[in-house]
Structure formats: structure tokens, C-alpha cells
Design a protein around this ligand. Sequence first.
Ligand code: SF4
Ligand code: SF4
Length: 316
Amino acid sequence: MSPREVRGTIFNVQPFSVYDGPGIRTTVFFKGCNLRCVWCHNPESYTYEPQIQFQPEKCIGCGACFAVCPRKAHVLDEEGVHRIDRRNCTGCGACAGECFAGALALTGRNVTAGELFSMLEQDRDYFARSGGGVTFSGGECMTQPEFLKALLTQCREAGIHTAVDTAGCVPSERFEEILPLADLFLYDVKAARSETHRCLTGVGNEQILDNLRMLSDRGARIIVRIPYVPGEEGAQGAQSAGNALAGNVHEMLEIAEILKPLRLEAVEFLAYHRLGEGKRASLDMELKKFGVPAPDAVEEVCAKFRKMGIPARYSR
Ligand code: SF4
Ligand code: SF4
């Protein structure tokens, strides 16, 4: 099979992105992730299958979705409120196609690497002018390795700069295969201690840190990204911390100790924002509310890292 024929699932292609690597970039969001970060602002990336999103505030009650759904997944609950019975929904998208009010949208589509690359190529002018390129993000793009390789191969042949945005929780062989094809890694480090990491994301971090050290040893260009998430609103005690950085200075310094010996281009702190909260509601997912950090608090952490010789900065 040629690289152009390899298929994968994505949920968004975002042009003119300035936060996902150098220059102006186009970011491709792969659908499907093997982590469940409690603060995730792209919850539509969790599953690998297409999903229907419903924003009731836009619904005008026309009833078209009830009529078209082959699974009778649009229902009225006991209070007469329009809901989606997600056990019956197959994500076919028929209802979204009929919803002219924009209350329904299908997130996720299966594409070939060739189709997607043809779209990405159209942005070459601004890549060239700005020193940008394409960033593969998600979800976790490393969990669709053949699709990712096919895209990286085409970009490399076309001379387009690439960045792989990853949480690193995959077998090391996948990084070994990707390493010669990717120009830059945007690598998440969410906690120093494995038990903290498991509590925040559902998985321990041993493999993640091993892969990061391996990439550094092999001379990969790496920007580490650390989410800065203040505690969960209304929660008490140690568990209220969104992540270790905002709630636990010791763990923050442990992250710095892990990063100190590595060859890194930069360490970026990503401040939590609330854009994902509406998306969670549209997918009937549980909502956890976190605070938005004060810029000064993030700058303070950056300064601590810099004092230790780590090139940290605040990415707003
Ligand atoms: S098709 Fe859209 S606007 Fe009409 S009832 Fe369904 S969700 Fe509401
Ligand atoms: S996506 Fe398909 S199965 Fe799901 S609610 Fe819409 S029409 Fe029904």
C-alpha cells in the first residue's frame, strides 16, 4: 500500500495555528487517545469512532433528527427534554446532515493520508513565509502510527516542516520509527510521580519518561509542554489539584529535576482554558471545572525552572 492510501481518523484540521510549534502552522487533530486527562479540552478526541455532538441551546425543535435517525437515538426524556440515547447512536451523522440550526455536528472522519496531504499542501505558502509547517496532534497521533508515518513521509518528501504533538504513552519502537521522519516533538509531561500521573490521566508515566529520555539521547528536537491547571473548583485537599504544578511545589520541582539533564529546545507551560467545557456537555460527558491560572502564577513557575537552567516559557 502506498503512503497515500493509508487511512486514519481525524476530527479537525486547524489552519493558521500559532501555538503548536514554530511559525504559522496547520494542526491536524487525530481522533482517539489512550489517556484520559481530567482537564482535557478536546474530549471529542477520546474515542476513535465518529461521535455526534449536541448543543441544545441551538435547537429550534424542528424534529428532523427524530425523523431521520435510523436507530431512534433521539428521544424525549421523562421531562420532555430532547436527549441522545448514546447506547443506540452509531455515529452515522444522518441527523447532523438534517440539522440546519447547527445544534448537531458529527465529529470525526476517516480519510486517506493522500486526501489529507493534498489539503495540507495548499498551506505551503504561509508555512514557507513564516517558518511554519504541519503539527500532528490529537487525541494521540502516535496511536495511529501507520497513518502518522504516511503523512510524515509525504511532508518530508515535499519539504514541509513537521511537529508531532504527543503524550508519549506508546511503545518505544513507535518513536524509533517516527524519529527519522519528524522534525520536532512537542512532548507532554503532566506529572513527575507515576501515581500522580495515573490519578490525573489514568496511566502511569514510566513509559512516557523512558521515551522522552530516549528521544533526547537520540538527538531529537524536543519542546516539552506542561499543562498548568489549578485545582478543581469546589474540591478540597490534595486531590483538588488539577495537576501537580499548581497544587504541589515539590512535584513541580521533581519535574524540573527530570527535565534538567535532557537536551530540550524549550519547556512551555500551557495554561488551562475553559473552551473544552462546552464540548464535554455536547457529548454528555461528566464536567469537572478547573480554575484558569493567573498569568503571574505561571510566570513564577517558569522562573523557578529557568533558575535551574531549564529554558522555560509561558505559552499563552
Ligand atoms: S434537527 Fe437540529 S434543530 Fe431540529 S430538532 Fe434536531 S437538533 Fe433540534
Ligand atoms: S448519528 Fe446517526 S444514529 Fe446517531 S443520533 Fe444521529 S442519526 Fe441517529
